[in-house]
Design a protein around this ligand. Structure first.
Ligand code: ADP
Length: 213
């Protein structure tokens, strides 16, 4: 099973991918998470990646495709892609990779959310640097520790108003054309992601269960 989550920044891709992973045992591949992990190397390449991310731009296709191929080698069951592909080149390369493996894309869920809602969510977002769990600060009631592993939660460095605007612009220019691209292939399912986490998850599950009938 190959699923792509396509959405503007902070629409809830990571949260939905985690829920799907927990329930169905899929492998969750988040290019954003992989990039943030790669920053630990602290070398010239990671410095460049950090600057690109903070500028709200896309990291080079070559780096991203290398990350994706490496993850695919160890993937055994279904895969949920969160944050990839993010432009037409990546989408075409991904199609090539799947063809070479004798696989295909099953679903592309487009999590649609107005910019204002995404922006509001982003400022309250906290993540666990250890296990990657995502929290909304309102739901945390001032407990700033991860409920799963007790690590102190952090705010992502690119979750500022300025960077959000740049990320959103990049999304409109480079990523949003993929909506029509996958729609033409009959793979796109639009989900109203302005609803609650549970409601969004229920809408995704409804599609999955209908198709498997
Ligand atoms: P969000 O969806 O909230 O913007 P992500 O964690 O998916 O957060 O991505 C954070 C940043 O990582 C992006 O703004 C971009 O700089 C970089 N990034 C993630 N995935 C890709 C990708 N597929 N191609 C290029 N850059 C990427």
């Amino acid at each position: 099973m190959n699923i792509i989550l396509l959405a503007p920044p902070a629409a809830g891709k990571g949260t939905q991918a985690s829920l799907l992973t927990k329930k169905y045992g899929f492998k969750h591949i988040s290019t954003g998470e992989l990039l943030r992990k790669s920053l630990e190397a602290n070398d010239a390449v990671s410095l460049e990646i950090k600057e690109t991310m903070q500028a709200g731009k896309l990291v080079s296709d070559a780096i991203i495709l290398q990350l994706i191929e490496k993850e695919f080698l160890v993937a055994e069951q279904g895969i949920i892609l969160d944050g990839f592909p993010r432009n037409k080149t990546q989408a075409l390369k991904y199609a090539e990779l799947l063809t070479s493996l004798g696989q295909e894309i099953d679903y592309v869920f487009y999590l649609a959310v107005p910019k204002a809602v995404a922006m509001e969510r982003i400022f309250g977002r906290r993540t666990c640097p250890s296990c990657g769990k995502i929290y909304n600060s309102r739901a945390l009631e001032n407990k700033e520790k991860c409920m799963d592993c007790n690590t102190a939660l952090v705010k992502r460095e690119d979750d500022t108003e300025e960077t959000f605007d740049l990320r959103y612009e990049t999304y409109i220019k480079e990523t949003s054309p993929l909506i029509a691209f996958y729609q033409e292939q009959g793979l796109l399912y639009e989900i109203d992601a302005s609803l609650s986490t549970e409601e969004v998850f229920a809408s995704i599950e409804k599609v999955l269960s209908k198709e498997s009938e």
